[in-house]
Design a protein around this ligand. Sequence first.
Ligand code: ZN
Length: 230
Amino acid sequence: MRQKNQRNPKRNLELKQAKNKDNQIKVECLVVGQLQTNCYMVWEKETREGVIIDPGDDAEYILNRVRDLEIKPLFILATHGHFDHVLAVLELKTALKIPFLINEKDLFLLKRAVSSAKFFTGEKEALKPIVDKFIKENDRISFGKKGKLKVIDSPGHSPGGVVFENRGVVFSGDTLFKQGIGTTQYSYCFQFDLLSSIKNKLFKLPDETIVYPGHGEETTIGEEKRNFSF
Ligand SMILES: [Zn+2]
């Protein structure tokens, strides 16, 4: 869920081939669910091994892409526990037999994911995600020969929010969007923490770093720094 430029919630699956400087690592964005969440598939070209980030819904669509691309996801990762980032986790886990990783501080959000989905979108058949392993700041998630994502804590939008960073790319979840930041309208959100995560961590990354957010179009750290008005 985002604070600015929220699109009309409508089901509109679209495929975006994301650009990436490092041509050994491929990124593809699938827009899933009623809140149009960006689910990212990240994989190493040579070994086809990779990860799936924020599978918010439409498990069948994601699985079809995994098959079409002939990739081997090793982990399912979530930037945070909001339902629109995790509703396809259980189906993917079951189909691909791979673990789901998230920060423990967002476990309370996973527990209420099904009721939140029903409340916000009317979705009645959502399945509760099951966690296999908790991730924390500075963990490295490896895939293939050289694929590696570093976990950076970015609380504020939720207590257990993280971003995944590596080699000029950051998957920012609902912490930072193109011309926007995550909402802090709920009791467990803290705007001070969110702004601190953005200014003291994300904005310390090189300006040319590509930002792949949880909703909307990609951007760069430099562009967001220049236009930051929060
Ligand atoms: Zn969120």
